[in-house]
Design a binder for this molecule. Structure first.
Ligand SMILES: NC(=O)c1ccc[n+]([C@@H]2O[C@H](COP(=O)([O-])OP(=O)(O)OC[C@H]3O[C@@H](n4cnc5c(N)ncnc54)[C@H](O)[C@@H]3O)[C@@H](O)[C@H]2O)c1
Length: 328
């Protein structure tokens, strides 16, 4: 199988992530064919969101080009046949296996066998998804982070039938999109970060439901501990930086006491079943007035740009050492 990058990428599903990824690709010189069967996505919501993201990127200095210059390179459509000339098609629809499978069939009916297909699934095993495809060997996970246009995060995931060589080429291409991608060479549910983050979420619920701390205290502790160093370095580097002997000693006694709960915690179950969706509808672990929700969303967006600047500065400062000793 040969990867033929012609700089036109298809995106199917234009919700939060599809729109965000489209903006990221446009900013990095790709042409985008944006597909959704939902007319309101194609007519207004996705174009509005993508334009807004590009405006913010201009305002924050991430680009000097105007949104209109980028928007010449995107085509919105409900017709899957417009994916025909793409070298890569990314699925970004809801996290639902049946919906994803239906979408893969529609994509496969329109593109040739060498076109690469990826899924933005957060946690479904790539081997499971690819086994429902006509050509499993061209199928990979491409797991983006929100906002995709500022975050350097991108996981490229090989399923059991995905050739690692193609995965490596996708990894190299994603680097040219301004990402610092990781290549997951062997499929595992949740990939790297979701496995780590969900282990943390589970323990957070354990602490709150066990009465050890409130939601706000857990949040404050995470923000002021992990939140202060994780944008600088990863877990293993942090243990090196702060003395790994201490971690070795603590693990022996603490690991057996960490939560291993296998069911969804009651705290989130109750909120989710009552329709709560966080800032989107003002009902989450905290309550939000519409003004508060707007402020959290806006500041989250600004913070991502500020963090990007800081982290780019430090990555430059460290680049000599990381390239000499081992990859950072
Ligand atoms: N939200 C995040 O931060 C995030 C991060 C990484 C990965 N993801 C993953 O990305 C994917 C999309 O998530 P999202 O947050 O953009 O969700 P979303 O709900 O904002 O968007 C999903 C989109 O899928 C569309 N859709 C539903 N049924 C469809 C169908 N049959 N055909 C075509 N389109 C259909 C919906 O119209 C909607 O626009 C999911 O797999 C999710 O797990 C999300």
């Amino acid at each position: 199988m040969i990867l033929k990058n012609n700089s036109t990428v298809g995106i199917v599903g234009l919700g939060l992530m599809g729109a965000s990824i489209a903006a990221a690709l446009l900013l990095n010189g790709q042409k985008v064919v944006a597909v959704s069967p939902i007319v309101s996505d194609v007519d207004s919501s996705a174009p509005d969101r993508i334009k807004h993201s590009l405006e913010v990127c201009l305002k924050e200095g991430l680009t000097t080009k105007t949104p209109d210059e980028f928007l010449q390179n995107i085509r919105y459509t409900s017709d899957y046949s417009h994916l025909k000339n793409c070298w890569l098609v990314m699925e970004c629809v809801s996290e639902n296996l049946a919906i994803k499978q239906e979408v893969f069939k529609k994509i496969e009916a329109c593109v040739s066998d060498e076109v690469i297909m990826t899924s933005n699934t957060s946690a479904m095993p790539i081997s499971l998804l690819q086994n429902h495809c006509k050509v499993p060997e061209r199928f990979f996970g491409m797991h983006w982070d929100e906002p995709a246009y500022t975050s350097p995060f991108l996981e490229i995931v090989c399923g059991e039938k995905s050739p690692i060589k193609i995965g490596e080429q996708l990894h190299a291409i994603a680097t040219t999109w301004g990402k610092e991608p990781t290549l997951v060479r062997k499929d595992i549910r949740g990939f790297i970060t979701n496995r780590i983050m969900y282990a943390m979420y589970r323990e957070a619920f354990n602490l709150v439901e066990g009465g050890y701390a409130t939601v706000a205290d857990v949040d404050r502790a995470c923000k002021n501990d992990g939140g202060r160093w994780m944008a600088f370095c990863g877990l293993f580097r942090y243990m090196d930086l702060t003395g790994l002997q201490a971690y070795h000693a603590v693990m022996k006694d603490l690991f057996p006491e960490l939560s291993t709960q296998k069911t969804v915690p009651k705290l989130i179950d109750d909120i989710a079943k009552a329709g709560g969706n966080g800032v989107t509808n003002g009902h989450g672990f905290y309550k939000y007035t519409p003004e508060e929700a707007k402020k959290w969303k806006e500041n989250f967006e600004h913070f991502a740009f500020d963090l990007n600047r800081l982290s780019t500065d430090y990555a430059k400062k460290m680049s000599d050492i990381t390239s000499k000793n081992n990859p950072g």
